[in-house]
Design a protein around this ligand. Structure first.
Ligand SMILES: [Zn+2]
Length: 379
């Protein structure tokens, strides 16, 4: 027996939407994306804006943690929004900057303790079922960033956060002179077992002479940006490592995702080791302050849609793409950052390139503020 609610639901929406996962339904069900955007604005209006001191008084600080001001604009005020939790008992708090809209975890992880997150077992997470999805995602990503990654002969590539080397393997197959760095020592070991010409190193780029020498045509940041506790320092380093005409390619969770607006704290982008959440509204600040000349985006419609394996009728797929384009609301953000005008001239064809004016001097990066001596260990 079909319930009255179901009948009404079918009258309103049609049963074909019921069979779609909610993550896809939000893009295609009539009226849904407008409702989610209204819901989001309402959430922002209701959330209080606190001084950093008042905010810090409400939170415990773990041993490896610190309180931050907004890394993008220096704003110290905090708007608490989300409290993601995970099945292994982890939990953290996500705030929004009331000035520029940047979303970040606060308290955050101290950079010198970042290695604690990746010290053991992380390479196990990067293989298995996760690796199968990764391989597919890398193939899709390489297509999305065509032609930058098509021909590697005579070009240098750095994969920052290279994990177990799945992408470096593809890069060497395409002829790139490729190398990678990663914080997890066992991941680096597994990567080097897999690779023939490309090499992976443990540590920071400046620790490896071959990398510190710079001159890279491409630097890739695949699902790494959200893990960086000092993005300004890292991006300054990437800019210095790029050759003239070089590009930085970024894949990260999208803080403007319609799915974030729908699922809130349960959003798939709030994973255990993510620290900061970017969108096309906040990434330009990071790039401008570190000397990049321009940025362009390649929308993400979902891996199954792009791979052609989604079980969704064609007209609905068309509607999904339109909704992603109209709201900048795909679940992942793919960005090309151009080092200079030469890079824009070489790789900007067919893309909508946003030039980054360097108006005035950038303000000093917001420093960490340790407002507590709590010794509770973070998870
Ligand atoms: Zn800000």
């Amino acid at each position: 027996m079909i319930s009255a609610r179901r009948v009404l639901g079918r009258l309103a929406y049609g049963s074909r939407y019921d069979r779609l996962p909610l993550g896809q339904r939000v893009y295609v069900r009539p009226g849904e994306r407008f409702a989610r955007q209204v819901q989001w604005r309402w959430r922002l209006r209701r959330a209080p804006v606190l001084s950093l001191e008042d905010y810090a008084a409400t939170r415990e600080l773990g041993e490896i943690e610190e309180f931050l001001s907004c890394m993008m604009c220096g704003e110290p005020r905090q708007q608490p929004l989300f409290e993601p939790t995970g099945d292994k008992g982890w939990r953290y708090h996500v705030v929004r900057c009331p000035s520029c809209g940047f979303l970040y975890r606060n308290p955050n992880v101290r950079p010198e303790r970042l290695g604690d997150l990746y010290s053991s077992g992380y390479s196990g997470f990067l293989t298995g079922a996760y690796a199968a999805n990764r391989q597919r995602r890398y193939q899709l990503t390489m297509e999305a960033f065509s032609p930058v990654l098509d021909q590697g002969e005579g070009r240098r590539l750095l994969d920052f956060g290279s994990g177990v080397g799945l992408f470096l393997e593809l890069a060497e197959q395409r002829g790139f002179d490729a190398c990678g760095v990663d914080l997890s020592p066992d991941s680096v070991e597994r990567a080097n077992a897999r690779l023939t010409r490309a090499r992976a190193y443990h540590g920071a780029p400046e620790d490896v002479p071959e990398i510190a020498a710079g001159g890279f045509d491409v630097i890739t940041l695949w699902s790494v940006l959200a893990h960086l506790p000092r993005p300004l320092d890292d991006f300054q380093s990437f800019r210095d490592l790029l050759a003239p005409g070089g590009v930085l390619l970024i894949l990260t969770v999208n803080a403007r995702s319609l799915q974030l607006k729908t699922f809130g704290s349960a959003w798939s982008g709030f994973t255990k080791n993510h620290l900061m959440f970017y969108s096309s509204e906040t990434l330009p600040t990071l790039l401008r302050r570190t000397g990049f000349a321009g940025v362009a985006y390649v929308p993400h419609y979902g891996d199954t849609i792009e791979a052609g394996t989604a079980r969704m009728p064609g007209p609905l797929q068309w509607r999904l793409r339109r909704a992603v384009d109209a709201t900048d609301g795909g679940n992942m953000m793919r960005a090309l950052a151009f080092a200079d005008e030469e890079a824009i001239a070489r790789w900007g064809d067919g893309l909508k390139v946003h030039r980054l004016r360097r108006a005035g001097l950038p303000s000093a990066p917001a420093g960490p503020r340790d407002l507590s001596d709590s010794s509770e260990m973070a998870t």
